[in-house]
Design a binder for this molecule. Sequence first.
Ligand code: SAM
Length: 342
Amino acid sequence: MSALRLPPLPSVRNIIKMYRLQAVKQLSQNFLLDENITNKIVKYVGKVPNSEVLEVGAGPGAITRSILRRLPKKLVIVEKDKRFKPTLEMLQEAYKTVNGKVDIFYDDILSVDTKSLFSAENARDWEDDCPPIYIVGNLPFSISTVLIIKWLHAMSEQRGAWAHGRVKMTLTFQKEVADRLVAEVEQPHRCRLSVMAQAFTTPKLRFIIPGEAFVPKPDVDVGVVTFVPLERPRTRHEFKLFEKITRHMFSFKQKRCIKCARTLFPKVSQILMADELFDMANVDPNVKATYLSVEDINRITTAYKSLCEKYPEIVGYNYRASRRVITRKDTKSVSIQDYDEE
Ligand code: SAM
């Protein structure tokens, strides 16, 4: 492993003290200070020397230092909190002394066009090996689920960073979310996130970082997950349609999946329609959703599309809206999240 000694810099712990960088709860700031842990995260990133790396939420820069020591050709940082400007610029200057390049954007990663962050010269065809372009981040808990769904969507359409090929990601999640992302069929954590992540990538839970390793200490442990985009995704359906079907199939995790599927159809015809759906898809209607493979849900999506062509009136049916009408009576509105995640 090639490694670089950066010019002498104050420790991350001292930088936090010097600049009074107290963690902001709204930005889910929990900092890593242990170099052994940040080096271990970066070990999973990929072949960093000479590559282009995007780090999401660099904060005071402990992971950033571990990345720079591995000599990427270019490091791009997207950090929302401008208080980190002096510390990140210190690293930028230090890397310049060895002719390295660090680009810093003070922005919200959810609104950044990730395609423009990387150069076309490193792009690869989708069927080729993964390009020397990597994404890494100790993600803020508050956006990690939204971000991974957004990026899986982009990946499914080979947009954003994935316009450059099968860009690998190494990201952190609350342990329970990490468990869900990698949960296989029949495992208790299996949910919408598992199916979506596994339809488009091979997600692997690499190791757990105990909560004690962070400052301030979060209430939970953290899992480091790598995602390698699949050369052939396990569904070819449009992302939003596949995601909708997956979400409905996991609407009641303890019930038979056919009961969940009924939420796709207007009340008056839902029993007949759901029966027809499962017949067409050739999926056992009596199992719980945790028993469904990505391929099962893919076939259910195909069957749903056929039913939409046969009965166009079901296309716009919205279970959430129909529930809202019912629950408004007792002035309580129900969000899709209420029956989406366990
Ligand atoms: N990488 C640092 C570390 O490991 O010590 C900090 C990790 S901290 C869990 C998350 C970082 O993401 C914070 O620096 C926070 O300011 C930043 N952040 C929060 N929301 C963000 C967003 N929407 N876009 C970009 N950065 C964000």
